[in-house]
Design a protein around this ligand. Structure first.
Ligand code: NAI
Length: 335
């Protein structure tokens, strides 16, 4: 396999730095391009470049066509660029700043690496992924199989918090829990009834405990925002989660790994079976995605939901369509 070029956009940030380090450690990556608007990114790249893994590492800013250089030839682009939340803010409050950032970076992808896999971390993911899709569509290069909203932190939190809730805090790695819907508050729908291995029946019969666990998963990001008290949102767990998804995609897309399934917020407009399960024609939704050489190989169905999960799906559907439309309109009807 030829080595991969990975570009991290927003690489000098709280997520970008540890994420860049994790990507640097992947032996399949031979070219790591770190882009940010702040010049310290060159220092971040110099720092990362001393790690004794294969990837050559370079930092780029806006000067000297930095975005072009970072993106040209990229196989995979990961975007954690943008402002994070402060206490009291929702992810939607970030829209005004981050929408424009993602639009401009997506334009760069359309111009310089239209075939790359694109992983969007910048919030609000429910809207920024539709924004990127619209930019790529307008440029005639949108491939729905290659654009992913990263919801892996919700998946990671589901395992960790469920293990804690059932009194087995060290057993988080054993649990695989699909998370569907979107990536913000009530749009995050962890399907605890489908956990593998199954979570104990006592959790499901204790309604208050179950509700508290689901609420904690949905609003887990707030725990970090509040604890950081104005200094940002999740960065280390997000870098871990973002890398986890990137590694799964690299394995499935470039290293022939089979049966790799991971939830991600993807284009589902043409997936009639998913639309039917959701009960609405939504363009984007997070579902378990089977990954392969083309990116999305197969969208897995939501499957059997408990009656409480069906209620939660309705709450998700009360918010998600508006967030998608907001992203689409930002490109289609700019003010
Ligand atoms: P940060 O402020 O520490 O870093 C953001 C970086 O983006 C900064 O270095 C900044 O200079 C850079 N940047 C800004 N505009 C840019 C542009 N046009 N091009 C390239 N780089 C640019 O923020 P942090 O904590 O790293 O968060 C980044 C984003 O990730 C936020 O939008 C945050 O809400 C989101 N996030 C997403 C999560 C998810 O689960 N998908 C979880 C946690 C955060």
């Amino acid at each position: 396999m030829p080595g991969l070029k990975v570009a991290v956009l927003g690489a000098a940030g709280g997520i970008g730095q540890p994420l860049s380090l994790l990507v640097k450690m992947n032996p399949a990556v031979t070219d790591l391009a770190l882009f940010d608007v702040v010049p310290v990114v060159r220092g971040v790249a110099a720092d990362c470049s001393h790690v004794d893994s294969p990837a050559t590492t370079a930092g780029y800013t806006k000067d000297d066509e930095g975005l072009k250089q970072a993106l040209t030839g990229a196989d995979l682009v990961i975007i954690p660029a943008g402002v994070p939340r402060k206490p009291g803010m929702t992810r939607d409050d970030l829209f005004n700043i981050n929408a424009g950032i993602v639009r401009d970076l997506a334009q760069g992808i359309a111009d310089f690496c239209p075939k790359a896999f694109v992983l969007i971390i910048s919030n609000p993911v429910n809207s920024t992924v539709p924004i990127a899709a619209e930019v790529l569509k307008a440029a005639g290069v949108f491939d729905p199989k290659r654009l992913f909203g990263v919801t892996t932190l919700d998946v990671v939190r589901s395992s960790t918090m469920s293990a804690q809730a059932i009194g087995k805090p060290n057993s988080a790695p054993e649990y695989t829990i699909p998370v569907v819907g979107g990536h913000s508050g009530v749009t995050i729908l962890p399907l605890l009834s489908q956990a593998k291995p199954a979570l104990p029946e006592s959790l499901f019969s204790d309604t208050e405990k179950l509700k508290a666990l689901i609420h904690r998963i949905q609003f887990g990001g707030d725990e970090v925002v509040e604890a950081k008290a104005g200094a940002g949102s999740a960065t280390l767990s997000m870098a871990y989660a973002g890398y986890k998804f990137a590694e799964q995609l690299i394995g499935a897309a470039f290293q022939g790994k089979k049966g790799v399934v991971a939830p991600s917020y993807v284009y589902v407009a043409e997936a009639k079976d998913i639309q039917q399960e959701i009960g609405q024609d939504l363009a984007f939704f997070s579902v378990p995605v089977e990954l392969g050489p083309n990116g999305v190989e197969k969208l897995h169905p939501l499957g059997q939901l408990s009656s409480y999960e069906k209620e939660l799906l309705q709450a998700c559907l009360g918010e998600l369509p508006g967030s998608i439309t907001k992203g689409v309109n930002f490109i289609q009807q700019p003010k």
